[in-house]
Design a protein around this ligand. Sequence first.
Ligand SMILES: [Zn+2]
Length: 281
Amino acid sequence: MPVQTGWKPVLRWKYAANFLSVDIMTEAVWKSARFRFYEELNDFLPPERRKKEFDYTFREHPAVKDPIEALGVPHTEVDLILVNGKSVAFDYQLQDSDRVSVYPVFESLDISPLVRLRPGPLRHPAFVLDVHLGKLARLLRMLGFDTDYRNDFSDPELVRISTEEQRTLLTRDRRLFFFRAVSRGYWLRHTDPEKQLREVLDRFDLYTQIEPFRRCIVCNGPLQKVEKAAVLDQLEPLTRRYYRLFRQCATCRKIYWRGTHFHHMNRMLNKTRRWARDRRV
Ligand SMILES: [Zn+2]
């Protein structure tokens, strides 16, 4: 050890003793677990923590949900947690030296022998969208999906609707998932509405449930067949002349026919067929 001039031996000993006592205390209080996040959960982590094991130090015995969210991953994105190879619930108390593997929501994989943290896959898909997702809301409704959206929903309203009506909350704002009550949610990676639509169809495996001309694009109300004679006085002259088949929204009374909407819808349907095909390859 190099001689440190000016330091008396007794002083050195005093400092060493202080460090020693700090070390002993530290060892008693801090614990460490190894975490590994899988698949798209890595999107929430800084690059140096993606797709590899890393140590997480903690005190006491926090519920495993706490470090997962402290590391930036919303609990709504997590479907399965394995600790030392066994599946655990969010309230599992983390122990020293635990190895924790965290998996995203698998909508299309069978992991039934293990404990899933989410309710089952979306057999009756229903969504609520945050205030910035108006274009995505129209596209989802166009394909027949039950989509609640208003451009003035507050954050607590979105959380309440998602919870009470069991709707999956779609958002680009991760903060919303840190509300404890939210159990169904998905953070959209893309900003372009058509790419967002594809993300949702892929993520929740919805291609077989597309049913156009079922919902009103404006208000999400159900569309019903209506006789032309019943709506004749509400039609423009050219529409009255060229179209025979009509549907009407049961909620806002808007009338639909195979005009301009139809071409846009057909284009979207062709796209979704291509996406579904690409997905199977
Ligand atoms: Zn309507």
